[in-house]
Design a protein around this ligand. Structure first.
Ligand code: SAM
Ligand code: SF4
Length: 326
């Protein structure tokens, strides 16, 4: 197990397999004019597999495959099969918008995918279309049904946006009444690909909980899982649970065990940093596994303490969450 310079273990990799997406969520990407990475700048599956092997030897046990939308990249299922064979990994998970996912759900269950995070900000078709700029809510709900029918642990990720979907908070909480899902509300972050509106956070984790509690006064705090970014709650009698992710307030940095590899092969040791290592350049210059290992260890030994420190060390955030992977 590898520990960073703040004594936090590094056990969890978030791997963005593409920056491309079939939705245009306004908090993540501009509607038009997105400059996707040219293909040669995106890591190949072979490169990603090698990096995951090296990181697994260093103690990474969990990989969450994300994007962009992972299912828009051809060959994803084959890649997941190869990941499933890597020694040391005991958890392969996915984050998806659910538009193209339903037909793959049986295969995901068969290869042992433990949990899927499904992004769903509203249950209202018109608001879904407005937020994502695409009319795909029925496809996403089909994926949700499929995930539940095969018993994959399903988390619903909803970004809480002032004036956009706050009326959906209670209907989304209510999904957990009958469904065994973990509905997680995420504070909006500034990664919208434009850098033009750095949000003043109207909906903090505290306000989100206050709003839920106003409708469900017996909402109970549950113990949080170690290293979880989500504060867990439950309404007594509900099958599922509720979570709140203080992604903007950054209350969880002290136990952060995660690193990120962006689609272009940049290592981020904090969501808010500007990239700390160009792994793609290193790979393509012919680095050996030992050299890759040494470079990773060096980066882990210089990790920032928290997202505020990371932000201070860079210019304004302008990238899209689709390049980071969430
Ligand atoms: N396309 C997939 C999806 O939407 O689930 C995976 C990638 S997406 C970038 C990963 C997560 O980041 C999603 O749950 C999305 O809601 C979240 N996200 C994107 N932009 C965000 C922002 N500005 N603030 C907070 N969460 C954001
Ligand atoms: Fe695509 Fe996910 Fe970004 Fe929405 S949040 S635009 S689905 S990458």
């Amino acid at each position: 197990m590898i520990y960073d310079n703040h004594n936090r273990p590094i056990t969890y990799l978030r791997l963005a397999v593409t920056d491309r997406c079939n939705l245009r969520c306004f908090y993540c990407m501009p509607e038009e004019g997105i400059k996707y990475l040219p293909k040669h700048q995106v890591l190949t599956y072979e490169e990603m597999e090698r990096l995951v092997r090296v990181l697994a030897q260093l103690g990474v046990q969990k990989v969450r495959v994300t994007g962009g939308e992972p299912f828009v990249r051809a060959g994803l299922m084959d890649f997941l099969h190869r990941l499933a064979e890597i020694n040391g990994l005991n958890d392969i998970s996915l984050t998806t918008n659910g538009v193209l996912t339903a037909p793959h759900v049986d295969a995901l269950a068969a290869l042992g995918v433990k949990s899927v995070n499904l992004s769903l900000d509203t249950l209202d078709r018109e608001r879904f279309r407005k937020i994502t700029r695409r009319d795909e809510l029925p496809a996403v709900l089909k994926t949700l049904d499929a995930l539940l029918s095969v018993g994959i642990q399903t988390k619903i990720n909803a970004v809480v946006m002032d004036g956009q979907n706050t009326q959906d908070l209670i209907p989304l909480v209510d999904m957990a009444r009958t469904l065994p899902v973990d509905v997680r509300f995420i504070e909006e972050m500034p990664f919208n690909g434009e850098g033009s509106h750095y949000p003043i956070l109207h909906w903090t984790h505290k306000r989100i909980i206050d709003e839920i509690r106003a409708h469900f006064p017996d909402l109970q705090k549950l113990p949080d899982s170690p290293f979880s970014t989500s504060a867990a709650y439950q309404v007594p009698g509900h099958k599922g649970t509720i979570g709140v992710i203080a992604a903007f307030s950054r209350t969880f940095c002290g136990t952060c065990n995660r690193i990120r590899l962006t689609a272009q092969g940049t290592l981020k040791t904090c969501l808010y940093d500007n990239g700390v290592l160009d792994v793609r350049a290193l790979l393509r210059s012919g680095a050996s596994d030992e050299e890759l290992t040494a470079a990773f260890l060096q980066a882990f030994s210089q990790r920032v303490a928290n997202g505020f420190e990371a932000e201070q060390q860079r210019d304004t955030v302008t990238e899209s969450m689709a390049t980071i992977g969430g």
